[in-house]
Design a binder for this molecule. Sequence first.
Ligand SMILES: CC1=C(CCC(=O)O)c2cc3nc(cc4[nH]c(cc5[nH]c(cc1n2)c(C)c5CCC(=O)O)c(CCC(=O)O)c4C)C(CCC(=O)O)=C3C
Ligand SMILES: [Fe+2]
Length: 375
Amino acid sequence: MDRATNAHPYDAVLLLSFGGPEGPDDVLPFLENVTRGRGIPKERLAEVGAHYHLFGGVSPINEQNRTLLAALRADFAAQGLDLPVYWGNRNWAPYLTDTLREMVADGRRRILALVTSAYASYSGCRQYREDLAAALATLEEEGRELPRVDKLRLYYNHPGFLTTVTEGVLAALAELPEEVRRGAHLAFTTHSIPDAAADVSGPPPAHGPGGAYVAQHLDAAGYVAGAVREATGVDYPWELVYQSRSGAPHVPWLEPDIVDHLRGLPGKGASAVVMIPIGFVSDHMEVRFDLDTEAMEAAKEIGLPAVRSATVGADPRFVAAVRDLVLERAATERGERPGRAALGDLGPSHDVCPAGCCQGRVAKPAAAGADSPFA
Ligand SMILES: CC1=C(CCC(=O)O)c2cc3nc(cc4[nH]c(cc5[nH]c(cc1n2)c(C)c5CCC(=O)O)c(CCC(=O)O)c4C)C(CCC(=O)O)=C3C
Ligand SMILES: [Fe+2]
């Protein structure tokens, strides 16, 4: 069997995501799931609930994941890669624990997880590993045979991710009226997180101001800005900005906020802006509300022409990147030394998170890492 179809030792892939409400009655219980024990103010919850209700109480994220799931299955099948793909979430059905139980019942013993977050952070990496540990602990209590679960390396700098983002920026630039295009600025945007969480993101050697979270986003954004310059011959000014802040107002989170950034752009000579949601994998609520609704509204008020570039979603190049990462990891687990594709300056991420990687405020068991209590 050649490397292009050999997933051994893995017998299944798990798409592991955030989950979202599917109707108005789901919104409150969903938000309670998300924020349990996280100290989010009540007013913030009411505000976020209202965003979901603007969309009929339906988060776009589940549909995005169904589309990605179908695309992965179709791609694997077309490539002759015989590897089932399952889907489970942290905060809404299909819940991770139920999916994992089903996988075990189907005889899956060696599982490779793809999480819908591309960068290092507690929320985007370690918390998913804690979710896996909690689900495994439940199955253990139920007396089931435990599968081994590994996690794909971070993919923010995989060519299939960054090339797709770059193409999206070029397409968005083309949407701008010609007379303002040349003076456009690029606003790369991602989820704000508490400064304290950013500082301990990534493995301990990367800890420090901003941590791996900020460093990885800067690396990705810098790469894309350079690729856009190469493709257009225009050196568009760019910045990394943040959105979707929550938490208590006195706790410092990563800044500047995108809306504040937009307000300052005309003073910096920008004639337009391209908002690039480089921190997000699909058009979920953070993109559809915080960018397409709120930030667009702000841009209109300011009189700044604005466009938003695409997320990778289920783009065939991203789907192929996932396949490449699965086959790469499988080869590594077999003791081979496969190529590890990466763009930018930071190089490919580790396969196995070391102890202390993206540590949370409270120590909890995390699976799929060097400090996993499970085999
Ligand atoms: C880094 C990061 C990502 C990106 C990586 C990734 O993609 O995973 C992300 C994604 C997402 N966040 C999402 C939704 C929410 N996040 C919240 C709260 C929080 N997010 C945080 C961080 C992140 N979040 C943090 C530090 C908090 C504070 C509470 C805590 O410390 O845990 C809250 C509570 C209300 C609020 O405060 O906003 C909600 C509803 C959805 C679903 C969207 C949909 O429904 O379409 C998605 C994809
Ligand atoms: Fe979030």
